[in-house]
Design a protein around this ligand. Structure first.
Ligand code: MOS
Length: 738
């Protein structure tokens, strides 16, 4: 494995299809005879439905069916007649049209199906429900007061060393940090087309980050054989975690298609995207951190209170960052979960770690001023050389190198470290930095490869690509392994009937699937060697893979480079039209003895207007130890995308609830702000780019989550450096600075 870098063709393989509109997203597939479904949401946040009047809607032009809990097809995988008050389920989603209980505002109470989208929208406006309304709980201020935390084993305190040891340290800091509800809001709305065929076979075009996981959950709900459900997701217009689950609207679409015996298309509105596809949960965190006078950490205590829905537990590793990011003997973590009348949260870019690193990385910055030690130096003083939680070595860790790269590029040592000391005209200048980490995992995956006599290669696996450029990186790995130009390689994906690939989540796709693609190409190389051993080409019956280079669309003998054969030659001489192999790729056993994390370092230079508090970015540097960089261009884009998401998290994003009604009041892009071009400065990205030698054969770690994790802390730290004002609750809006 020498290189994964194509100077000449470094572009996204699907780039042209995407920018010319040829790429088809879930709702864009043309399915003959399709009808349109529109969901009607509950107008109350808690209670039950007494009656739904569907008469006017049913009589409206073009309407075929109105489905409610009263007449819905009974989903075989649901538990009907269960007691909704029996408590929260772990990972069992809302069962749509099952019973009359209302858990949150916007919960689907009806599906209107018509021959056009507009007619369905109109008819949906005619649905009138009568409710028995209860007092709802949506106010975060009530957590720990009228809203009681979930009980159970999973919520036990976690104590390493001495409990709350920070309290006895010479220098200590205690502070509270808040991350609000944030909504993923990918550009593409969640959408599904469901079509029942003969023999109860089901085809689903779905916005999903996992075609296999979507296939499995739909098959389970409808008690079908997995093979009888085929899920397509060739293009996904962003997910950020919102497309990791199969949500109730998709099940509703499958129910609707079943009941009207026609293919049915359902697209959520932007407003429904705030209610039905998860969000990053509001989390209140308390950090206590103490150090000796030299800055050595004595103890860290990290407590978090998160929210979940009334019907399902959703937990994330918010406090875990404090166990693993720094060397510290005494770490106490406490995590509590409060059920509210909201839909279930879900993983959102850097789930848990993004929330946790905001608090921890701000607290360390605050502590650095108390100690009068440079914040970067303080981090280096407490650098973990081995995993402090599991007591084992890292398979690779190049965080120091990432710190150095970023510090050099932003000019860290040239700043005046005193708060509110630097100015440019009317602007106060601030520098801030932070660290992010996320587990670098590797799961199981299968891939198959077909090499054709015309010298083209097809690699197949059931994965979807929600934006990072998986098609491109997989194409590059295969092209590099086989010595083919990228345009001779086709990566086929986005179809659940292909060999099972991973769900695109948790920053593991490249590690997991890249290993499978590597493995399948390695198997192909061996198959070619087997042919060459016997066909007399190199007169070497003991020929091995190491003896040759796979290059220029063929094989070359290293000991005598004049001897070479193209794949076309080899296959035609062997009278083969194609060579086909598959590979089952599994996580390495050796990793049981190691820990693996990816790391990001964000450095920002902000300008804060001294009169208005407006915050602008002057420069952003994002560096990472993400192992070997497979596809430099899409990797850079991935980091930039994470930073842009981070700008939103730091300065803008907050889904605001009007607690009188238990509803979001900024559920649209006019009021829920995300960064636009003018908010984004030039972002410099640099990778350490050293392979992890143990995690997998390609040396890549993960990147999706770390691109964002820690960024908001860097901004808060920079705003403090600029102004002397510490903002601990996100987003950092100008009213909090004034
Ligand atoms: Mo990621 S939050 O696993 O899409």
């Amino acid at each position: 494995m020498e290189k994964f870098f194509f100077e000449d063709d470094n572009n996204r393989v699907t780039g042209k299809a995407v920018v010319t509109g040829k790429a088809k997203y879930a709702a864009e597939h043309e399915v003959e005879g399709v009808v349109y479904g529109v969901l009607v949401g509950s107008t109350i946040a808690k209670g039950s439905i007494i009656a739904i009047d569907t008469k006017a809607a049913t009589k409206a032009p073009g309407v075929m069916k109105v489905i409610t809990h009263e007449n819905s097809y009974k989903v075989p995988g649901y538990d009907y007649g269960g007691n909704p008050a029996k408590g929260l389920t772990g990972g069992k989603g809302l069962q749509v049209f099952n019973g009359n209980t209302i858990y949150f505002a916007g919960q689907p109470i009806a599906l209107v199906i018509a021959d056009s989208y507009e007619r369905a929208v109109y008819a949906a406006s005619l649905i009138k429900a009568q409710y028995n309304q209860d007092v709802h709980a949506t106010d975060f201020a009530e957590m720990g007061k009228s809203v009681i935390a979930v009980e159970g084993q999973r919520y036990k305190d976690n104590i390493r060393g001495e409990a709350d040891a920070y309290k006895n340290a010479a220098v200590k800091l205690e502070a509270e940090y808040i991350v609000p509800n944030e909504v993923h809001n990918p550009m593409e709305l969640h959408a599904v087309i469901a079509k029942w065929g003969a023999d109860d076979k089901l085809t689903v075009w779905e916005k999903t980050q996992g075609v296999k996981s979507a296939q499995r959950s739909i098959a389970a709900a409808f008690k079908l054989k997995e093979d009888d459900v085929q899920v397509f997701a060739p293009f996904v217009g962003g997910g950020f975690g919102s497309a990791l689950r199969t949500w109730p609207h998709s099940i509703a679409a499958v129910i609707g298609a079943k009941m009207v015996k026609k293919p049915l298309k359902l697209v959520l509105t932007r407003e429904q995207m705030f209610q039905l596809v998860g969000y990053r949960p509001y989390t209140k965190q308390r950090i206590g951190i103490g150090a000796d006078k030299d800055g050595k950490f004595i103890g860290i205590t990290h407590e978090a209170d998160g929210v979940t829905s009334m019907y399902e537990e959703f937990t994330e590793g918010t406090v875990n960052v404090s166990k693993i990011l720094y060397q510290c003997q005494n770490v106490t973590t406490r995590y509590k979960l409060y059920p509210l009348n909201l839909s279930t949260p879900t993983w959102m870019r850097g789930p848990g770690e993004a929330t946790g690193c905001f608090a921890l990385e701000c607290a360390i910055d605050e502590l650095s001023y108390l100690l009068n030690i440079d914040p970067l130096e303080l981090r280096l003083k407490n650098y973990a050389e081995t995993d402090p939680e599991r007591n084992r070595p890292y398979s690779s860790k190049f965080l120091k190198e990432a710190y150095q790269l970023g510090a050099d590029k932003i000019g860290w040592k040239d700043r005046d470290p005193r708060p509110a000391s630097m100015k440019q005209g009317e602007w106060q200048v601030g520098y801030g930095m932070s660290t992010g980490l996320f587990n670098a995992g590797r799961g199981n995956a299968k891939a198959s490869a077909k090499l054709y006599a015309d010298g083209t290669l097809i690699v197949q696996t059931a994965v979807s690509d929600s934006g990072p450029g998986t098609q491109t990186s997989m194409t590059m790995i295969a092209a590099d392994m086989m010595g083919l130009p990228v345009n001779k390689v086709t990566f086929e994906y986005g179809d659940s009937s292909l060999p099972p690939g991973p769900t695109q989540g948790g920053s593991t796709t490249t590690s997991t699937l890249g290993s499978a693609v590597y493995g399948v190409c390695f198997a192909l190389q061996n198959k070619i060697i087997d042919i060459l051993k016997t066909d007399g080409t190199f007169n070497k019956t003991d020929l091995k893979v190491e003896d040759v280079s796979f290059t220029d669309g063929g094989v070359l003998l290293k000991s005598d480079p004049a001897k070479k054969r193209t794949y076309s030659d080899i296959l035609s001489k062997a009278k083969l039209n194609q060579l086909e192999v598959s590979d089952d790729s599994k996580a390495s056993e050796q990793m049981r003895n190691y820990s693996a994390y990816s790391y990001s370092v964000h450095f920002v230079k902000v300008l804060v207007h001294s009169k208005t508090g407006v915050i602008k970015f002057d420069k952003i540097v994002a560096t990472a130890d993400a192992g070997k960089i497979i596809s430099p261009k899409t990797a850079r884009s991935q980091m930039i995308g994470g930073v842009v998401g981070g700008i939103g998290m730091a300065l803008m994003e907050e889904a605001v609830i009007d607690n009188r009604f238990g509803k979001y009041i900024n559920n649209n892009f006019a009021d829920y702000h995300v960064p636009v071009q003018a908010d984004v400065p030039e972002i410099e990205v640099a990778f350490v780019n050293k392979p992890d030698p143990i995690l997998n054969p390609i040396g890549a770690k993960g990147m999706g989550e770390i691109a964002l994790i820690g960024f908001a802390a860097a901004v808060s730290n920079a705003v403090y450096h600029a102004t002397g004002k510490r903002v601990r609750d996100l987003p950092i809006t100008l009213d909090k600075i004034m």
